[in-house]
Design a protein around this ligand. Structure first.
Ligand SMILES: [Zn+2]
Length: 216
């Protein structure tokens, strides 16, 4: 999948998973780490977001293991689980990174190329729903985000307001709106933007409630 999709899914995965770790779901550092984790597996591709930042290392990993090789394998999943089980590592750092990383692998599993889970053995495993960069990719991402936001992905400990503020923290509203018509940050039903009005002598204010007396 594209980097934007991985970012959105990594953040959503963390919002769902955070309560299971007893950690705050919407916290800038955790969300940032989850996003970082969601981009790390593609370090094996020198043109990916992560690969461009450490190009020599990315070239080396890509040459030795190939794209969607070791970093997208069952060994990588096992390494993630080992990291999570290390009590001497700070869960507030490791958990979002690992959750983001695993969200990337789950997302790649939805593409026809899938994952080489049995690496170094050959054979790809996939649940092909959409091609990377195809018009269906944002649709699949939107569906997963709806699923995560509805509370079906875990305990409904993350309120709609909390989710919305999380999306905004990451600028995901803008990102996803660019993908299509999905609006994760829609205002609540029935609410309309309040139009500022200028009141005599009082500067800019909000309209008084209907029927309220003007002045006293
Ligand atoms: Zn990948």
């Amino acid at each position: 999948m594209m980097a934007g999709s991985h970012i959105a899914l990594g953040a959503a995965a963390w919002l769902v998973a955070a309560p299971h770790f007893g950690l705050p779901a919407v916290e800038p550092l955790s969300l940032g780490l989850a996003v970082l984790g969601s981009l790390l597996p593609d370090i094996d591709h020198p043109k990916s977001w992560a690969g461009r930042r450490v190009r020599p290392l990315s070239n080396l990993i890509g040459a030795v293991f190939g794209h969607r090789g070791l970093t997208h394998s069952a060994l990588a999943v096992a390494a993630c689980l080992v990291l999570l089980s290390q009590s001497d590592l700070r869960p507030s750092i490791v958990a979002p990174l690992v959750v983001g990383y695993l969200s990337h692998l789950a997302a790649d599993l939805l593409t026809p190329k899938g994952l080489r889970l049995a690496w170094p053995l050959r054979g790809n495993y996939a649940l092909p729903l959409c091609r990377t960069g195809s018009p269906f990719e944002p649709l699949v991402v939107a569906l997963v985000l709806c699923w995560a936001g509805s509370g079906m992905g875990g305990p409904a400990l993350v309120s709609r307001a909390t989710l919305d503020s999380g999306w905004r923290e990451l600028g995901l509203c803008r990102l996803l709106t660019g993908h299509g018509s999905f609006q994760p940050c829609a205002t609540s039903a029935g609410s309309r933007p309040v139009r500022p009005i200028r009141t005599a002598g009082r500067g800019v204010g909000t309209p008084p409630p209907r029927g309220a007396a003007e002045g006293s």
